[in-house]
Ligand binder design. Structure first.
Ligand SMILES: [Fe+2]
Length: 329
């Protein structure tokens, strides 16, 4: 152990040097604790823990955290953990409302403005979405405002991606996914796996989704209430689009006139993903597409990066926790 007084002298060289063996002090707390991780074998894990300690200590010093506030925080995190089940992941929900989920998503899926932007996956995706034919109506219970959804999948040079797989899922007009209402909605309602045609085009019939709240009956909901925030997400359709040789995209398209578009509880909205969904009052066109007149129409074209041109993503962590997604995003 070295003499702590030496390091408390404030010599620049000492500050930059390791604090291994140095006694804990308010001034040098971050350096002392960070030094305890210096021998962590995986360099990435060492980097993660060292940075985490430095930011945590900076936060505590910035706000001069009281013991009571520390206890409240511990209690909050404890209750957050206790809220988690196989189908409810309150920690992911916390990450979502703090914007961390979207930040991680954005960092790891940079597009450089050359392809469709991504957003969070959310918890309601089915691994095996029901296969549909182009033009199918995925609104199995015939409720809601009919909507024709169409688009084209292309590569970065505009080349059509024939056979691209377009996986879609959405909430209904009441803001619920089928899995949330197993006794009300038919299984597979408002979901579909489509194969784009030779021109990379896809189209199907559906309904206009409604905004919906993330689960707010737990600690995260209490946090939102205590801070005057609402729990809602604006209306959207989820997409996962894949094509061989191209980088997949997981994203949403947002309905432009939806409530909460400018205050998504999980910060998932990106300007490039918002689309008008105008009403079409044209009986002949309605008959042609097999919808009641009038109906609404949503066009969402997607551009995928080639796999070999994908921009560099953030360095992946060597230690990644296994989690079950269970909180809406
Ligand atoms: Fe959603």
């Amino acid at each position: 152990m070295r003499d702590a007084k030496i390091h408390a002298s404030g010599v620049t060289q000492e500050t930059a040097a390791s604090a291994r063996g140095e006694l804990f002090s308010e001034e040098r707390s971050a350096e002392v604790v960070a030094a305890s991780f210096e021998d962590t074998p995986p360099p990435r894990l060492r980097q993660l823990l060292t940075s985490l300690v430095r930011h945590l200590h900076a936060f505590v010093k910035d706000v001069e955290l009281t013991e009571q506030e520390w206890a409240v925080a511990i209690n909050f995190l404890t209750r957050t953990g206790q809220m988690c089940t196989d189908v409810r992941q309150e920690f992911i929900l916390l990450s979502d409302v703090l914007g961390v989920s979207m930040l991680v998503e954005t960092i790891n899926h940079r597009t450089g403005g050359t392809s469709t932007e991504s957003t969070v996956l959310g918890p309601f995706h089915m691994v095996d979405s029901p296969k549909r034919e182009l033009g199918d109506n995925i609104n199995l219970d015939a409720k809601g405002t009919p909507c024709l959804v169409a688009g084209q999948v292309t590569g970065p040079d505009g080349e059509p991606l024939a056979g691209a797989v377009v996986d879609v899922w959405q909430a209904n007009e009441d803001g619920f996914y089928d899995v949330q209402q197993p006794d009300i909605q038919p299984p597979g309602n408002l979901r579909g796996l489509f194969i784009a045609d030779a021109a990379g085009r896809f189209w199907f019939r559906s309904v206009v989704p409604r905004y919906y709240p993330i689960p707010d009956d737990g600690p995260v909901g209490q946090l939102l209430a205590a801070t005057g925030r609402h729990p809602n997400r604006p209306a959207h359709l989820h997409f996962i689009v894949t094509a061989p040789g191209y980088r997949p995209v997981t994203t949403h398209v947002f309905v432009a006139d939806s409530t909460y578009l400018d205050s998504d509880a999980v910060f998932g909205v990106k300007e490039s993903l918002v689309r008008d969904v105008p009403e079409v009052d044209d009986p002949a066109r309605a008959t042609e597409v097999g919808l009641a007149n009038p109906f609404r129409a949503l066009t969402f074209d997607l551009t995928l990066l080639r796999a070999d041109q994908a921009p560099p993503a953030a360095q992946p962590a060597e230690v990644q926790p296994t989690v079950v997604r269970g909180a809406p995003s």
